[in-house]
Design a protein around this ligand. Sequence first.
Ligand SMILES: Cc1ncc(COP(=O)(O)O)c(C=O)c1O
Length: 361
Amino acid sequence: MTHVPIHVTKAFLPPEEEYFMWLSKAYATGILTNNGPIHRELEEALRARFGVPYLRLMSNGTLAIQLAIRALGVKGKVITTPFSYVATTSALLWEGCTPVFADILPDTCCIDPAAIEALVDADTTAILATHVYGIPCDVDAIDAIARKHGLKVIYDAAHAFDVIHKGKSILAYGDASTLSFHATKLFHTVEGGAVVLNDAATDERLRLLRSFGHVGDEHFSLGMNAKMSEVHAAMGMAVLPHVEHIIAERKRVFEDYDSALVGLPLERPSLPEGTVYNYAYYPVLFTDELTRERVLDHLAKQAIFARRYFYPSLDALPYVNSAPCGVSRSVAGRVLCLPLQIDLQVQDIQRITSVLKEVLG
Ligand SMILES: Cc1ncc(COP(=O)(O)O)c(C=O)c1O
């Protein structure tokens, strides 16, 4: 029997007429990019949604990290997480910084504050941590370390759209937070991202960095092109009214997985107290790498494409120089993200979880 393939993620497409309505506005103005009216409207809608003082749209989530690093003047050694998508590390390297990997906590899979503290030295300038899977880092402990040692804090919040922590948006913590609006994310602009900041001077630097470093004929700083087009912002405006529905449907799939997987030899990362989650990913941790590979293989035979998010542990990348981070390597070796899409039905979840039951049983 041939099965309909199920992929780990599926881009949400708003009803065509809603997207076209926004596109027709771009046709009406004739403005396609360069801080156009749809771009400004999306920027303002997101800023208000998160309750943050400054938010700038970017062409993607990788440049969002790079330009946040630059806007904050971060240089030299940056303590960072080994358990994230590769863009977290590559952004540091592109900006000429040296990533220093601090291991993660086994329960949340986020960076371990005690490991950060142990690595701080006179050359350390910043911490770049990821709210991996949308699970908040220990923001209070990280803030305390940063204050004690005079470090900047950047959060890669690519997975954390709409996550609330201790009564406010997770994006309100640290000196900067970055978002990815890639098509696979729960809110997307096809390609895109944003930087959230809390001070006007850094925001002004970021505005220039995003757009070649000049205003008219006056050149202020080195800059690049990290602007979001009107066509991308139009997709964002069309997706935005559906986010509550998207999160509710993801929660439904999540809960179906939770009940179907009860009793299996699996671990799941946990959320810190005081978190309102966005159901961005459904990671499961197997007892060992061999089991993970067997599950992956059996799923693929049934046309179910789970992914090793995130693998390898970034301290093992061939172009970095790091002591091994044991917890991160262990998690990266055992983790699998199960498909999470809003149109997964009970029978799809049964199809997926029956493979896990068969291999683990
Ligand atoms: C944690 C993390 N950081 C950064 C990025 C990069 O974002 P983008 O693909 O929008 O450049 C991603 C993924 O796509 C990610 O998962």
